[in-house]
Design a protein around this ligand. Structure first.
Ligand SMILES: [Zn+2]
Length: 363
């Protein structure tokens, strides 16, 4: 990975952290306002409950006063009834007494109603008071926490801003401009490449682009413009493609003699193939890639080996030119270990750096 990419990754981490801190700092006062509003709601509920209790007490006093007044009237009517001269006057006073007694009962009923309610109302006040007490303590705690967090965040933010400036200073200004432009409208400026895909936009890369990224070149994604990087540690080892090498090996078989490597030959697995053209015919020898032992006999067919042995060749990777038929025959049923080592070295150099041009067979 190039130092620029490593620094851009650090820059992106710094940018993300700075954004997170800024958002958190902005959110904290809103959180405090929210909890204070909740507290105000509880205060209002308590006030309402207290007012209701006071209202009940006033009503009760009013009814009790009315009852006292009515009782006074009744006493007065009874006194008057002792001094009346006619039966009609007497009847009228008795009537008044009846009305007053009726009124007393009505007031007593109202007081009874209040008595039933009063317990519930007082309970409400108690609950509201308890809730407010708990809530107030919590609010104070949360406000303190919010204040502390804000101070901490602001300190971290200053640290990150300084770190960010230092990282920026180490990166090519052109790359920074590109990174920041993409970051502005996509949220991120760089993207990892894995399994030939840009993980920023999930687009499959062209083999050429993919190989360039793998080789450590800093290039942008053609689809999302993010700067691409490749981390070999994160690639699935079972999925290590060598896309262009395969294609080229097939496309550039033009004749002559050449070694090929195949990791997946029929039931054998890894093999080396020695393929050779001679006049109108071609030959194919297959060797176990581990032991160097020859598998089967030398196969001879009509036509160019690319066509005649297309099945054997498969997606094989082209290696160095193969020696003459005589040399191959002299080795018999087993490749000399020095040759085997050379072929393995060829495979090794062809695989991790697939941009390397495979050797072209000389005719
Ligand atoms: Zn992309």
């Amino acid at each position: 990975m190039s130092p620029d990419i490593e620094n851009l990754m650090k820059l992106q981490d710094a940018d993300k952290e700075i954004r997170r801190l800024q958002e958190e700092i902005a959110a904290l006062p809103k959180r405090v306002a929210e909890i204070e509003q909740k507290l105000a709601g509880h205060k209002a509920a308590l006030e309402a409950a207290k007012t209701a209790v006071k209202g009940d007490e006033a009503d009760r006093r009013k009814y009790e006063t009315a009852i006292q007044d009515l009782k006074g009237k009744i006493t007065k009517y009874r006194d008057q009834s002792l001094e009346v001269k006619t039966n009609d006057q007497y009847k009228a006073l008795m009537h008044e007494i009846q009305f007053a007694e009726q009124d007393i009962r009505t007031n007593e009923d109202k007081i009874l109603d209040l008595m039933v309610n009063v317990e519930a109302r007082e309970q409400k006040v108690k609950v509201a008071e308890a809730e407010l007490k708990t809530e107030s303590a919590e609010v104070e705690k949360e406000k303190n926490e919010a204040r502390e967090r804000t101070a901490e965040d602001q300190k971290l933010l200053a640290d990150w801003a300084a770190k960010r400036e230092a990282i920026r200073g180490a990166i090519d200004p052109d790359l920074i401009r590109h990174y920041e432009r993409v970051m502005k409208f996509r949220g991120t400026g760089i993207a990892e490449v894995r399994d030939q895909k840009c993980l920023g936009c999930q687009t499959l890369l062209r083999p050429q682009t993919y190989n360039e990224v793998r080789s450590g070149k800093t290039i942008e994604c053609e689809s999302c413009q993010r700067l691409l990087y490749f981390d070999p540690k994160r690639e699935d080892p079972a999925n290590k493609p060598v896309p262009t090498a395969k294609k080229r090996a097939k496309a550039k078989v033009v004749g002559g003699r050449s070694w090929f490597y195949r990791p997946d030959f029929d039931e054998v697995g890894e093999v080396f193939l020695a393929l050779a053209n001679s006049e109108m015919r071609s030959s194919c020898r297959v060797y176990d890639a581990h032991s160097g032992r020859k598998i089967g006999i030398t196969r001879n067919r009509e036509g160019d080996f690319a066509t005649a042995f297309a099945h054997e060749l498969g997606a094989g990777i082209q290696l160095r030119p193969a020696p003459s038929d005589k040399a191959l025959d002299d080795w018999g049923d087993e490749l000399p270990s020095v040759i085997l080592d050379e072929l393995h070295a060829d495979v090794k150099s062809a695989q991790p750096a697939p941009t390397t041009e495979p050797q072209t067979a000389a005719s």
